[in-house]
Each structure stands twice: as C-alpha cells, then as structure tokens.
Design a protein around this ligand. Structure first.
Ligand code: NAP
Length: 212
C-alpha cells in the first residue's frame, strides 16, 4: 500500500516508516522541516512531502491508499496547539481523506481517551484526542484507533496487552512496539473498525492482534 504518515518526523513515526518499509509498503512522509528529508529517506520513506497541519496539506495525499496520523503538538506547547494539531489537525486530516476517497485511516491516539475526566494533568489533551477519535468513528473511513499508554524509548519487547479498555493505569509501551502495531494494522482486515488500548504485556504481538 502507499501509506501517508502525518507527523513523520516524530519518534513513533520514524519507527513506523522502517516497519512499513520492511513489510513492503510504500511510505510518503509528511514533515514540516525539509532538512529532515534525507534522514527519513534513509529510514525507507520513498517520498517526503513538506506540509503543515496548520496550513494546506491536501497535496500530501496524492496517490495515497492509507493514512497514519502520528502527529501531535507535544507536551512542550500550550493548549492552543493541542486544539490546533491534536484536535483540529486530526479532524482536517480525516476530512481530507474522506474528500479525496482515501478509505483507510489509522489513528495514533492515547490511553485515557475513553474517559478524560479521570485525568487531572492532561485532561484537555485527552478531550482533544477523544473528539478526534469520535470524528473518525463517525466518518465513512475504514478506521483503526490505536491507544497506547505512556511511551518509552526502550527496545521493542514484541509482547502486548491489548484490550478495548485496559483497567491498569500508569503503564508503558515502547515506541517501537507501537510503531510495529501501526504498521501491522494498516492492511490487517480483522483490525478494521476497531479501537483498542495497548501496553507492553505478555502476549506475542501477532497473537494479540489475531485474537482481538
Ligand atoms: P513526537 O516525537 O513529538 O512526534 C510528533 C510529531 O508531530 C512531530 O514530528 C511533529 O513535527 C509533528 N507535528 C507537530 N505539529 C505539527 C503540524 N502542525 N503539522 C504536521 N506535523 C506536526 O511524538 P511521539 O513520541 O512520536 O508520539 C506520537 C503521539 O503519540 C503523540 O503526539 C501523542 O499524541 C501520542 N501519545 C503519546 C504518549 C506519550 O507517552 N508521549 C502516550 C500516548 C499517546 P516536528 O518534528 O516538525 O516537530
């Protein structure tokens, strides 16, 4: 598949480019800073498109069959960027896919979005992610919504806990494992129309994805 990764210079997205390339997909990396293009090509991106979710980015969708939304404003910016990127940027990315007939959409969301009121510290972020997820669910797109716990940079464990809603809180998953899940679900039909949370656990990744 020809897969557009939005937020391609991000830490999860960079792993995702490598995983998609290993799986034989063609990746189009959407980034803001053109100086990063060579690094992303070295990871396997076939094409790099410079575009910003706060501006026009429709041209990044040319010939695309699936979108992975892995962008985020990050904890270093204010609540204004949470609205503009994590909520509004995601909604525009979904609407653009619908308008251009790109049917497949994978959203990198977050654990805790089921009920943002349970969180004090990042409630506004979880509300933004929940509203974006709800917008995707209401769209005509074939979606998968992946909601990881706290991300770490440890090496991949290939072992998951994967459920609709995991009751454990304050738990972690490696960015590389999240990336592997994103790359695997993109063309995995049993994951179409599904929303799930993931942490590192004790089930082999393939099995966890098969049985859900
Ligand atoms: P990251 O390294 O901060 O990557 C986010 C990417 O989004 C960056 O490359 C950034 O581009 C891009 N971006 C920001 N604003 C943009 C805009 N206006 N237009 C286009 N791209 C834009 O984050 P990560 O560690 O890979 O995590 C990815 C996402 O996972 C987070 O954003 C968050 O929503 C979700 N998540 C995080 C956690 C956690 O524990 N951190 C837990 C659950 C879910 P630049 O490189 O140009 O800055």
């Amino acid at each position: 598949m020809r897969v557009l990764i939005i937020g391609a210079n991000g830490q999860v997205a960079r792993h995702t480019i490598s995983k998609l390339t290993e799986a034989g997909h063609t990746t189009v990396a959407m980034i803001r800073d053109p100086k990063k293009a060579d690094e992303l090509k070295a990871l396997g991106a076939q094409e790099v498109v410079v575009a910003d979710l706060e501006g026009d980015f429709e041209y990044a969708y040319h010939g695309v069959e699936a979108v992975i939304f892995a962008a985020g404003s990050g904890g270093h910016t204010g609540a204004d960027k949470t609205i503009l990127i994590d909520l509004w940027g995601a909604m525009k990315a979904i609407d653009t896919a619908e308008r251009l007939g790109v049917k497949r959409f994978v959203m990198l969301s977050s654990m805790g979005t089921v009920d943002p009121d349970k969180s004090d510290r990042i409630r506004h972020y979880l509300v933004a992610k929940k509203l974006a997820d709800d917008h995707l669910k209401r769209s005509s797109l074939t979606y998968t919504i992946v909601r990881p716990g706290s991300l770490t940079n440890e090496s991949a464990k290939q072992l998951l806990k994967l459920e609709s809603e995991i009751q454990v809180r304050d738990n972690t998953i490696t960015r590389e494992d999240v990336a592997t899940v994103l790359a695997k679900v993109v063309d995995r039909e049993n994951m179409y129309g599904k929303t799930f949370e993931i942490l590192n656990g004790n089930v082999q990744m393939e099995q966890a994805l098969d049985i859900f």
